[in-house]
Write a protein that binds this ligand. Structure first.
Ligand code: FCB
Length: 467
């Protein structure tokens, strides 16, 4: 559509615009109302594991301030809000009956969202495993998958009358490999075979939960994966093989079981020196590939790799099954404070690749966003955060998503990470991803300029483009 010198980049009618958060990153109140510790409560207390020893004890105090945060969502004009349920708040020991106060918190949150015309988009697991379940073996133990399905079933019985959109897991790659192989995330174990078993049991938990929720009448069910294009730095056979392995061990190891009902043979071969597949039982893959209604894609960056010696300090090594792969930074390429390269074309590539390789299926970008060192400044008596960089970053990624739709991708929605500056796991509070700035000393919230701009995008269902 063209109006004089401006045109509009419109998204399909009914496109879901939202923001995303996760329980441990925003809620705080970690020992209130019957909540027990999760692996993150324990891990963040281990000296040296998180920046400045920071924990999620208070975080954004969202547990007490959720009405204010929902008012911010309303100001952003979003149609949807993606948040996760804290398993240790709802079922504190990971088994048995639910904690009424925990259920009540999410029930109130859901009601207030709906009163504001915002559709709740629930993630059942965003990494906060009850510590009692970790003590009983954690994700390397098969029983944890059963426990997860039980938790999912019980909370769906309580919220399913109002919540239609359910995501089982957020980024099982991080939970399994950062949590159990390189120790960068909770629970901080460094056992490669345990990480591979964890990946399978997370997937099994996903499949069991999908079956249970489907039987319970849930309408929109899916899983969220962190996906990356993986490129070889040169066209040599060795570099191309490095890229194949990383793609296998980050992307296809999850995509194939969920969407094709099998593990990729090359990935099994790459992992053979680490573990056999005895933990994969007959029938598991049929459970894991129970049909989903959508795939959630979290996209932040691209990986460029070369055959080499393993790069320490990237947060990716030891990289299970690809210990001899180097992750390469491209000289001159824009990076953000996280060290991740900004590469919007990679989003287009990821969405089109999934559509091409796994058949047309509804996709949602369930996370995309960027951290900057944002400051609150006073401009003509008004508190502002002049985060032009984030606006540009988002605009470039929205355009890439729009191009993917034009190229045939069934993209149904887009959730910006994140609503609020929050606890960025091992990186602590120093990584500000929010559309809303949080002063962690006072809990004062300030809508950033990018948030003001995002409100225009949600209301127009698209971008106004000069030219
Ligand atoms: C993703 C996580 C999310 C947040 C962003 C920056 O991997 O799902 O919780 O940490 O990265």
């Amino acid at each position: 559509m063209t109006h004089g010198s401006t045109s509009e980049l419109r998204f399909p009618d009914g496109f879901a615009w939202g923001t995303a958060t996760a329980a441990y990153q925003i809620e705080g109140a970690t020992s209130e109302d019957g909540r027990l510790p999760s692996v993150w409560d324990t891990f963040s207390r281990v000296p040296g594991k998180t920046a400045n020893g920071e924990t999620g004890d208070v975080a954004c105090d969202h547990y007490h301030r959720y009405p204010e945060d929902i008012a911010l969502l309303a100001r952003l004009g979003v149609s949807h809000y993606r948040f996760s349920l804290a398993w240790p708040r709802i079922q504190p020991e990971g088994r048995g009956g639910l904690n009424p106060a925990g259920v009540d918190f999410y029930s109130r949150l859901v009601d207030l969202l709906l009163e504001n015309g915002i559709q709740p988009w629930v993630t059942l697991y965003h990494w906060d495993l009850p510590q009692t379940l970790e003590d009983a073996g954690g994700w390397p133990a098969r029983d944890t998958a059963e426990r997860f399905a039980d938790f999912a079933t019980r909370i769906h019985q309580r919220l399913g009358d109002r919540v239609t959109d359910w995501t089982t897991l957020n980024e099982p790659w991080c939970a399994a490999f950062l949590g159990y192989a390189n120790g960068y995330h909770a629970p901080g174990r460094t056992d490669k075979a345990a990480a591979v078993r964890s990946a399978h049991h997370l997937l099994l938990g996903h499949g069991l939960a999908v079956q249970a929720l489907r039987a319970g009448g849930a309408r929109n069910l899916g899983i969220t994966l962190n996906l990356y294009p993986v490129d070889p730095v040169t066209d040599t056979d060795a570099d191309r093989d490095a890229a194949r392995r990383v793609d296998g061990l980050m992307n296809r190891i999850f995509l194939d079981p969920v969407l094709r009902g099998s593990y990729p043979a090359d990935v099994i071969a790459d992992l053979a020196s680490i573990t056999d597949t005895e933990h994969v039982r007959d029938g598991d893959l049929a459970v894991i590939s129970a049909p989903v209604d959508f795939l959630g894609v979290n996209y932040y960056s691209r990986h460029v790799v070369r055959a080499g010696g393993g790069t320490p300090g990237t947060g990716l090594s030891p990289f299970v099954g690809a210990e001899d792969v180097d992750f390469v930074r491209r000289p001159g390429w824009p990076t953000t404070v996280t060290g991740w390269e900004t590469d919007p074309d990679g989003l287009h590539e990821t969405l089109t690749r999934v559509t091409r390789d796994y058949g047309p299926l509804p996709l949602y970008v369930t996370e995309n966003g960027v951290a900057y060192d944002d400051q609150v400044v006073e401009v003509e008596g008004e508190s502002r955060v002049l985060d032009e960089g984030r606006r540009t970053y988002l605009e470039d990624h929205f355009r890439a998503a729009h191009r993917a739709i034009a190229d045939g991708v069934d993209l149904r929605g887009y959730f910006v990470w994140s609503l609020l500056d929050n606890y960025e796991w091992s990186e602590g509070y120093g990584r500000r991803f929010g559309l809303v700035h949080v002063d962690f000393a006072t809990q004062r919230r300030t809508l950033k300029d990018s948030g003001r701009w995002f409100a225009e995008v949600t209301r127009a269902n698209g971008l106004e483009v000069a030219g």
